[in-house]
Design a protein around this ligand. Sequence first.
Ligand code: IPM
Ligand code: MG
Length: 363
Amino acid sequence: MKFKLAVLPGDGVGPEVVAAAVQVLQAVGRMSGHEFVISYSDIGGVSIDRHGVALTEDTLKMCKRSHAVLLGAVGGPKWDNPLASMRPEDGLLALRKGLKLFANLRPVKVLPMLIDSTTLKPEVLRGVDLLVVRELTGGLYFGKPKRQWQTAKGRRAVDSMVYSEEEIERILRAGFELARVRRRKLTSVDKANVLESSRLWRQIAIELSSDYPDVELEHQLVDACAMRLIQRPAEFDVIVTENTFGDILTDEASMLAGSLGMLPSASIAGIPESRRRIFGLYEPIHGSSPRRAGRDMANPIATILSSAMMLRYSFGLAKEAESIESAIESVLEEGYRTYDIMSKGMKKVGTKGMGDLIARKVA
Ligand code: IPM
Ligand code: MG
């Protein structure tokens, strides 16, 4: 089959990790006979520099015409001025909103051969296999009012955590559905002891749970969840939470897998079902890592794993997705490591080297 793929490399290490993922996809194409027709465009800082905006209408259109989008990263010190009217991150947010990608799936799995390269005790990490379902187009990121202004008593600023019933229901349903095809445990994370939006969230979670009697629902406050994630991470199956909480908890959870450079993500506009292909945006959860940019250092595995998620959800190619995942495992098994997961006695490789090794295994 023929699939249209929009690729937005973005800033910092984005272009390097994306190049490695494209190389792996091409190997999958050769092996499976499927064709991936790729169009490239700009997003983030590079788009501000070239076109004056972080996301152009043309780029958004190109993405809408594709079956899926693969993205590197956005941002960097060059565009970090807090007074600037536009930031690279605005491009990513506009893309998520423009493509209606309300559900962000961030799986966290601890690979046995990396247990020793994490900062946590191996016995805490054994068996960790969780999925964070993060709400992606609401909450503090998009709520209005959102502004900064001058008053007689100094400056003030406001962000608003706004959620409608519809927004909460669809993300919770995504959580329930995904729990159903895993270990059937859903942890709904909120701050219902303080926030009104969280109280609505919790009520709706309780109401919906009668539609999913086969899924065990528990509620956790976000601060307690942050603690439990490093105390007893193996107890989690699916965590569903609002935008900002999910952003913070997934950076924390990435340390369970050894590095931010290991965690993929899928942002989708519906609830994934095994038989239906779904439009999505796939990106590593790490940022643009400006200090490593252009130095062939960054770990491409998060982006390569993201492209495996793309094959599974957007292209319906589950077998090919698995072949990427097992190629990654065997390259790690053989002792190859990028700097971020390096440990004694292992063989250090760069972004390109890691991409080559994985592509060769897939083929
Ligand atoms: C992420 C990133 C983004 C976010 C930034 C770059 C806007 O941290 O995808 O987790 O906060 O969503
Ligand atoms: Mg983040």
